[in-house]
Design a protein around this ligand. Structure first.
Ligand SMILES: [Zn+2]
Length: 281
């Protein structure tokens, strides 16, 4: 990875908040200079400097975890597999098969994470290509589930995410984060009265996503995205949610995706939005 490319990846990560497809051709991509969206994913290592010598490495069905200490690697590995199952269950994407192992790098401290990834103070984790970088902290289980949702999204969607789709991606990520951290509705509890009193209009949800994830847990946009995705999954149903995501991946509009995923419930995005808003009261 060239310095320029690494800089690009980090810049894009900072702008998008947490997760970016790997920019350009893969290092082992055979020299292709015009990658297809799919080839933005692959066995990428070295987007950021890895762990120091002597770190443990644990592989499982979907993950390759590197951490300091085999006990930490084993614990992260089993929690990651559990998160993966939860995400597959909630999204209904049982037929989805990742192309290879996802990489998880657990630095020993926030200091090491910041020095090696160049991420800002507030960043709890970042994903680039098919790898998650974070560190040992009390928030680790939630961070893993959040970042993993983004990895799976990018691979399932062929590396594509329009700005208007970010509410689904982030809403799902914070929904999974809440569940992994066993926090139920607590993550955004303080924001719920404000959300009930004055929910953001749909066009603001689509077009005014925050530029970063700084203080996202105090963001009405994030709280609403979580609530809206929770409603799609828990009221609309997981099978319908899979069809909704598949329609988005296939380039359909939100209106088409809503009616494809939830026929008989909502004819278009506005129907769903109105129903979600009624559910708040
Ligand atoms: Zn996120």
């Amino acid at each position: 990875m060239t310095t320029a490319r690494r800089g690009l990846a980090v810049l894009a990560a900072a702008l998008l908040g947490a997760c970016v497809p790997y920019p350009g051709a893969l290092p082992d991509g055979g020299g292709s200079s015009a990658p297809t969206p799919e080839s933005s994913f692959g066995a990428i290592s070295g987007a950021f400097p890895g762990l120091d010598a002597g770190a443990a490495d644990q592989q499982s069905l979907h993950f390759d975890v590197k951490a300091y200490g085999s006990d930490v690697a084993a614990a992260v590995s089993s929690s990651a597999e559990q998160d993966y199952q939860n995400i597959m269950t909630d999204t209904g994407l049982y037929s989805f098969q990742p192309k290879g192992l996802y990489h998880i790098v657990i630095y020993g401290s926030q200091d090491e994470y910041r020095k090696k990834t160049g991420q800002p103070d507030w960043s709890a984790g970042v994903c680039v290509g098919n790898a998650i970088y974070t560190w040992v902290s009390p928030r680790l289980s939630g961070v893993l589930a959040h970042e993993m949702t983004h990895l799976i999204w990018f691979e399932f969607m062929g590396g594509s995410l329009s700005p208007q789709q970010r509410w689904v991606n982030e809403g799902l990520a914070v929904y999974e984060e809440s569940k992994a951290a066993n926090r139920g509705n607590e993550l955004f509890a303080a924001l719920l009265p404000g959300l009930r009193a004055a929910p953001l209009p749909m066009d603001q949800i689509e077009n005014l996503a925050p530029n970063t994830e700084r203080a996202y847990d105090a963001s009405l946009w994030y709280a609403q995205a979580e609530s809206m995705v929770r409603f799609l999954i828990e009221r609309g149903g997981r099978i319908g949610f899979a069809q909704f995501l598949t329609a988005l991946r296939d380039g359909q509009t939100f209106d088409q995706a809503v009616s494809a995923g939830f026929p008989g419930q909502w004819r278009a995005l506005a129907d769903y939005y109105a129903d979600w808003k009624r559910s708040l009261s």
